[in-house]
Design a protein around this ligand. Sequence first.
Ligand code: HXC
Length: 511
Amino acid sequence: MNKDQIFEQRRKDLQELEDNAAQKQHLKGKLTARERINVLFDEGTFFEFDAFVSPSQTPASSRKNNFGDGVVVGSGKVQGRSVFAYAQDFTVLGGSLGFAHGTKIAKVQEMALKLGAPIVGLMDSGGARIQEGVKSLSAYATIFRNNVQSSGIIPQISAILGPAAGGAVYSPALTDFIFMTNQTSYMFVTGPDVVKEVLNEEVDMEGLGGGNIHASKSGVAHFVSDDEEHTIMLIRKLLSYIPSNNYEALPLSNQTSFYKSRQEYLNKIIPDDSNRPYDMKEIINIVVDKDTFFEVHERWAQNIVVGFARLNGKSIGIVANQPKVMAGTLDINASIKGARFVRFCDAFNIPLLILEDVPGFLPGIEQEHNGIIRNGAKLLYAFCEATVPKITVITRKAYGGAYIVMSSKNTGGDFNFAWPTAEIAVMGPAGAIKIVNKHELSKAENKAELEKELTEKYKNDVANPYKAEEFGLIDEVIVPSRTREILITAFEILSNKQYHKPARKHGSIPL
Ligand code: HXC
């Protein structure tokens, strides 16, 4: 064959591989690597390279069956912005990560970092290629190191669209967001067979590490959906809120409509009985631009709500206590979830809005023994460390340590607002009167009556927002229906916030 014929033949071989991949993947209800890439990128913008890289140990005669070595890499546009991606092809050697495969991924990671563009990994792989032994492991190590070196500089997103087993799970785990699909993807360090052998526990793949489990129990997955196309569309949506790198300005939207007629409802959304729940997400959706709230970790640690939204067209990150779930208390998982989100937003200069209604940290033996102290400290650390504009609105309870943690003034909150319904104090009335009025209560003839009276008095005299306003710890008590308007102004004032931290290698967050 002359050179022209070789050129033509290679393209034919590649097409044959793709047709073969389509046949196999479609049978399993899955897309091929290139089809996934096409869903991710704006039409016709993907530029693939290294398509003919071959496995290092394959004889020349069978190379054409393995062109690309099981991974498609390249760059394209998502909503007009540059993004790099790699997509593993399970139909070539089980998408297993051989040295050439790993080198391709490392190359695209390094390009993304150099060019300040997000990177998306679409994973579907049997893990380290067994035949290539330690070379395969070394390629993994390079990928992990690149993940860490890119952290906080470019957004890194992983979608698990098939198996991710063993050490292979750690590249996604090092990235900022993990997406999974129900029934067709799973992640675990050791599979069901090993679990059975070592622990005699019976579990299937879905039950051990499927999308549902990781989205609701382990918190490993930030997003889960029922089909691949939807999963990949969600990645596009996520990218629309975040900058391409830690120096780039936030993407702006010219859609700034909001639920104007619902603003007044905020004046009566807080129930008269302060122990009754309400849905914090309702407040979020009324305050931010219409239908822009994009929740992260929706099904895990639901006592705290985190996610992106737009306010007057600008991206913000929201961290909010959820009174509807466990009364909005902070437990271990909520602290970890909140801390992780705050640190992502801070790394990428996304301003933070904190909506607060928190009665305190969750008490109990289980929480204490599992380290609520160590884990609660993560959220405290994250808020204290964050230098992006931070605005807190206290809607109701803000008690004790939890008040401090949720971006209170002296942790570095730039603006701290409260609704008139706010209850800011060292502890709630029930606990406080038992300590402060112990003697009176022990002597009281009608204890219940006195308790009611003292509670009312405590609420009026102590647990209100006005004391904090007098001390300048609340910048202003605001009318709830004006929240959106005030937040827009306040974020505008803070838009030029500059903060230079003293030099240090890095802090020592209590991990
Ligand atoms: C080489 C592999 C492979 C691997 C799959 N294949 N995994 N080849 N190395 N790791 C090949 C198979 O031989 C087969 O080739 C083809 O891919 C499809 O695999 P099947 O087994 O037929 O597919 P399926 O029944 O869907 O099962 C998928 C699977 C299973 C569950 C992923 O293949 C499997 O258990 N693979 C091994 C998973 C694993 O233990 N990996 C190592 C994890 S440890 P043919 O030629 O028949 O089509 C790890 C360490 C990373 O990754 C460390 C990083 C620090």
